[in-house]
Design a protein around this ligand. Structure first.
Ligand SMILES: Nc1ncnc2c1ncn2[C@@H]1O[C@H](COP(=O)(O)OP(=O)(O)OP(=O)(O)O)[C@@H](O)[C@H]1O
Ligand SMILES: [Mg+2]
Length: 323
């Protein structure tokens, strides 16, 4: 048994654990994966978003002490990721992006084994393994070798091994990866159920609808830096006053109408398809004045409604694309 795994070394009072990263720099040779990244994460479910290579997995691995930073500081519940690595691992559960399971082992053996590594006694680890497999929905298959499992089942076992020691902090790296729509829904439901406790859960995902569904907050990283963050509600706030309209009419009339819209309102986007224009604008004007403007130009408005900004819009504008 290693230091940090002995019962007397177990870290207590970590409910509500906060992760604090200050100015963290990680380089792999010439590549800067984390570029003076600073980030505080408090309890709740937080989405970690960013394009391929943004540094999401590196951030998680650095918190776990699996990657050594060249600069900055990182603490979890006040414990230093570099010097208190074993204690940090005691309070953190990790569902990695890639396969981490041992194919010849059964799920019961695997999850119990991970419990043992996290300092549980054999007597506690086996019943706890069954409990966790029940929770994630792995049935009698739990006695079969993991090598024979579907991707969806492996994802469930990966979640079970991450939570077996009831960690205060949970890192889920692409938890719905490779899962079918139903499996994905069930995985999100499990995450929501886990989040009912006072855990700090960081979910890295490329599936923005998943993040919108389960996370209270999103952090967007790009090029190893945080480029945007906020509660899902606040990030969507720019939607207020945003309207989407479609209109039909003769091309010259449509042009005159959109020119006037651009003059009098903040037009975000104009597109044209099959003789119909689609305009996204931010305006405080009432709908009547917009309809009157259209009427004066001989244009017929076919729809006029609030435009819901999506997390995808925020993501694209944050990482340097066009919303
Ligand atoms: N072990 C490594 N050796 C060399 N370079 C690495 C290593 N791990 C990551 N990198 C590089 O560091 C950068 C950040 O990688 P990282 O895996 O953290 O990104 P990510 O945001 O998790 O991407 P993805 O969405 O594809 O999982 C990338 O440029 C990647 O190529
Ligand atoms: Mg990754």
């Amino acid at each position: 048994m290693t230091a940090g795994n002995r019962p007397e070394d177990r870290v207590t009072g970590t409910e509500g654990a906060t992760i604090c990263a200050r100015d963290v720099v990680v380089r792999y040779g010439q590549i800067t994966a984390l570029d003076h990244l600073s980030l505080d994460i408090s309890p709740g479910v937080v989405g970690l978003l960013g394009p391929n290579g943004a540094g999401k997995s590196t951030f998680i691995k650095t918190v776990l002490g699996l990657v050594d930073p060249q600069g900055g500081s990182l603490t979890v519940a006040g414990l230093d990721s570099r010097t208190d690595t074993l204690k940090v691992r005691d309070i953190v559960g990790y569902m990695p992006e890639h396969d981490c399971l041992i194919d010849p082992m059964s799920a019961v053996e695997m999850v119990a084994y991970m419990g043992r590594i996290s300092g549980m006694s054999k007597k506690d680890a086996v019943p706890r393994s069954h409990e966790m497999l029940d929770f994630v929905g792995v049935g009698e298959e739990r006695y079969r070798p993991i090598g024979s499992y579907s991707t969806g089942m492996k994802q469930r076992v990966k979640l079970a091994q991450a939570i077996v020691h009831d960690p205060a902090v949970l890192f889920l790296d692409e938890p719905t990866n490779g899962m079918d729509p139903l499996g994905r829904e069930e995985m999100l439901e499990l995450i929501a159920r886990i989040s009912a406790s006072d855990k700090t859960i960081l979910v890295s995902s490329h599936i923005l609808q998943d993040v919108e569904k389960v996370c209270r907050e999103a952090v967007i990283v790009s090029g190893g830096k945080v480029v945007n963050r906020g509660s899902i509600e606040d990030l969507m706030a720019p939607a207020q006053g945003r309207k989407r309209l479609t209109a039909r009419g003769a091309p010259e009339n449509l042009r005159a109408f959109t020119d006037l819209l651009c003059k009098e309102h903040e037009v975000v986007d104009i597109s044209e398809e099959f003789g119909q224009v689609r305009v996204v604008l931010v305006t405080s004007a009432d709908s009547r004045s917009i309809f009157e403007l259209a009427c004066r130009q001989g244009v017929r408005i076919r729809s006029y409604q609030p435009d819901k900004i999506s997390l995808e819009d925020i993501y694209i504008s944050s990482v340097g694309g066009v919303a």
